[in-house]
Design a protein. Structure first.
Length: 132
């Protein structure tokens, strides 16, 4: 019981503690979307039966990219420059991984594959002076 209370307080401190720099609404929205989508990558891939057909190596890579994405969005949530840098690295690694797999429909992936990451990077660069 005490450990759960301590863990709850730690999570509240990490995520909800007010920073001296206020997070812009656009970054807040992108971070929430990032937490959800990358969380699904890390944990949801084990729930989709067809995903296992591509093998354990792909599962490992996708899970690792999901963890990197979660870390990057945590950095952006805390308004840290390293969050932006890690996000850019994660996007590039994801594109390389998908291109090497020849993922079906990836090239025409549209919003999720190209536009959304560019919007997140562009918005983060716009607010770069506020990042610490």
């Amino acid at each position: 019981n005490n450990s759960l209370t301590l863990a709850g307080r730690l999570c509240a401190t990490i995520f909800f503690m007010e920073d001296q720099t206020k997070r812009p609404l656009a970054l807040t929205i992108f971070c929430v979307l990032g937490f959800v989508t990358n969380g699904l990558l890390v944990f949801g891939i084990f729930l989709v039966p067809g995903f296992q057909l591509v093998g354990i190596v792909n599962l490992s890579v996708v899970s690792s990219l999901g963890v990197l994405g979660l870390a990057a969005f945590f950095g952006l949530w805390k308004m840290r420059k390293w969050g932006l840098y890690l996000y850019i690295i994660t996007v590039i690694a994801t594109h390389v991984h998908n291109a090497t797999l020849g993922a079906a429909g990836y090239i025409s992936g549209g919003v999720l594959a190209y536009i959304l990451p560019l919007a997140i990077i562009g918005t983060s660069i716009y607010y770069f002076k506020q990042l610490r």
